[in-house]
Design a protein around this ligand. Sequence first.
Ligand code: ZN
Length: 272
Amino acid sequence: MGDISRLAIHQATTEPQWELPEAIAGYARCGVHAITVRRDKLAACGMAAAKRLLADHGTKVVGLSRAHLPTAAEPESRRKGLDAFRRAIEEAAELDAGYLITLADGLPRGSKDLEGARARARDALGELLPEAVAAGVPLGLEPLHPMNAHFSCINRLGEASDLVTELGPGVGVLVDVYHVWWDPALEAEIAHAGRTIMGVHLSDWLVPTRDLMFDRGMIGDGVIDLARVCRRLDEAGFTGRHEIEIFSQVDWWQRDPDEVVRTAVERYREHC
Ligand code: ZN
């Protein structure tokens, strides 16, 4: 049985059921005092109230979700994108978050230039990283499954890792198993990323999957060898938290959130 001192829960797991105050309290009831906070839920709660609740429950903010690296070629859109990212850095600093979850934007509207989008995401990261470092906010760069390339254009762990090597320190990779489990280079990339791995997101790949965005499986219900991936991460030197992140419109979002969290904790003990 695994211990839960390394477990965190991403608020997406109980997104429609719980606002931030209920999530902080509900996770703590199951012994989990580490949370990844969604910015829309933070805005609804208010920064001062959120900080008070976190302190009351002894809960640590592992990650803040999320900020986007702009890929727009047009200067005004790019400037807006960079400013939006800067606001996220300020919030992460204020919350003392372990990292700010960083995604690349995808293809600008009407564009088919994926290569250009990737180059502009890299340039945006290069521009924003010194500001994040100055604010004391580590950036966690999360590659998304290739089915999302139109929406977010960094799609393999190796790509994210190359950017981290080129531009770091101050930026690391986030390994979300749902996005990278299929990659034949996964284990080599985990070993290569090593201590630049900032965080890990856990869920499972269901067969069949009914909705590619919103039908993530509970740990143990799908085909990802989670125990093996967690072992490889440890071997690579990862010592941080495992966040459970389950977007599940058709199943877990319909259930009693206490049951969701209880089940997630049990499954984590069993499989990771
Ligand atoms: Zn994730």
